[in-house]
Each structure stands twice: as structure tokens, then as C-alpha cells.
Design a protein around this ligand. Structure first.
Ligand SMILES: C[S@@+](CC[C@H](N)C(=O)[O-])C[C@H]1O[C@@H](n2cnc3c(N)ncnc32)[C@H](O)[C@@H]1O
Length: 181
């Protein structure tokens, strides 16, 4: 966990492998590039609040297939570290980064949001889009803040209930959306 790695080009999965994918990996295999509720509009808002700039060090944890990492690196000239716990996501991120010609600007590595390998105060911006719901949230939040420099920004988006769900709705939702984690 937490080491930089060379990642192979994605291969076609077998039917059996597809059957066992969590819902987000399944979306990735289908070719979906934005894998969170609210879609691109939510990332637009995160970008607006991020005040990203050239030369910043940015960490994107739970990067999915690397779409936001690429957007930040390409759009602002920041240097991005994209981290995910799932090998399939890392494969796809590495592929997208390489195709975007951003391999010098974006490092892709495996890691757990609850136990990041980075020293305290390493990044100017720390991003986590739709990741904390799968883990121990307070622990993940502490890690995101720990990795961020004083005066930096932690930008996290997440599912939330607009009004309290019935126990049945809650169980159904969590059962489906956190499957595999
Ligand atoms: C809902 S998807 C969001 C992906 C991406 N951030 C996006 O918005 O398109 C959740 C992502 O978090 C990753 N993930 C889940 N648990 C994690 C953990 N403990 N540490 C790091 N990443 C994790 C999953 O592999 C998946 O890529």
C-alpha cells in the first residue's frame, strides 16, 4: 500500500470478473469517466471553490479513473498525485493520464484514504470526491486534513440525505451504494 507503481494498460475482463465488480468499478469498465452523484456539475463547483493554481501540489484521493486529476493538472498546471485503493481504477487512471500526455505531471499510486503515506502538510489542495462514505469518515477526514498544508484547502464531496430516510430506504441505499467496500 502507498507505493508508486507502474500500471499496465487495462485489459478486457472476463464475465466472472465483471460479476464481482463493485458498482463504481463496473461504471469504470463501462467507460464512465465521472463516478459520483451530481456528475460534472459537482466537480465544476469543487473546482470553483478550489482556487487551483500552477505549481500547487494537489492530492486526489479515491481518484476513480483520474478525470478530476487530469482536469486539475491540465487546466491549472498543478502537479497532482492521484491515489485509489482499487487496482482496476489505478489501471484506468494510468491509462487516461498517459493518453492525456500528463504522465510527468500526474503521479498515480495506490493508497488508502484512512492511512495515507504522505507526510503531514504535504499538499496545497486535497480532493476526495465521493470516497469518505465507504470508510471510517472521521479517520478519513483527519487524514485529508493532515496531508494538507496550513492555509491549503481540503475539498470533499459526498452523498447526503436531504431529509432523514426511512430505515428501509437507508438500508436499501447503503446496501447498494457501498457494495464491495
Ligand atoms: C464513487 S467512486 C468516486 C471516484 C472518483 N472520485 C469520481 O468522483 O469519479 C469511489 C472511489 O473511491 C475509491 N475508494 C474506496 N475506498 C477507498 C479507500 N479506502 N481509499 C482510497 N480510495 C478508495 C474507489 O475505488 C473508487 O474509485
Amino acid at each position: 500500500m502507498g507505493t508508486a507503481q507502474t500500471v499496465a494498460r487495462p485489459r478486457t475482463l472476463t464475465e466472472g470478473e465483471v460479476e464481482h465488480l463493485d458498482p463504481y468499478a463496473f461504471f469504470a469498465v463501462l467507460g464512465k469517466r465521472v463516478i459520483h452523484p451530481g456528475g460534472r456539475a459537482v466537480t465544476d463547483e469543487l473546482i470553483r471553490r478550489g482556487d487551483f493554481q500552477a505549481g500547487q501540489r494537489v492530492l486526489d484521493v479515491g481518484c476513480g479513473v483520474g478525470t478530476t486529476a487530469i482536469r486539475i493538472a491540465r487546466g491549472f498546471g498543478a502537479s497532482v498525485t492521484a491515489v485509489d485503493i482499487a487496482p482496476l481504477m489505478l489501471e484506468r487512471t494510468a491509462d487516461h493520464v498517459s493518453r492525456a500526455g500528463l504522465s510527468e505531471q500526474i503521479a498515480v499510486e495506490d493508497g488508502d484514504i484512512c492511512s495515507l503515506r504522505f507526510a503531514d502538510r504535504s499538499f496545497d489542495r486535497v480532493v476526495a470526491e465521493a470516497v469518505t462514505m465507504f470508510v471510517d469518515r472521521p479517520r478519513a477526514a483527519r487524514e485529508l486534513v493532515r496531508a494538507c498544508k496550513p492555509g491549503g484547502r481540503v475539498l470533499a464531496t459526498e452523498f447526503y440525505w436531504r431529509k432523514p430516510p426511512t430505515p428501509e430506504a437507508r438500508q436499501l441505499f447503503l446496501g447498494e451504494t457501498t457494495k464491495g467496500f
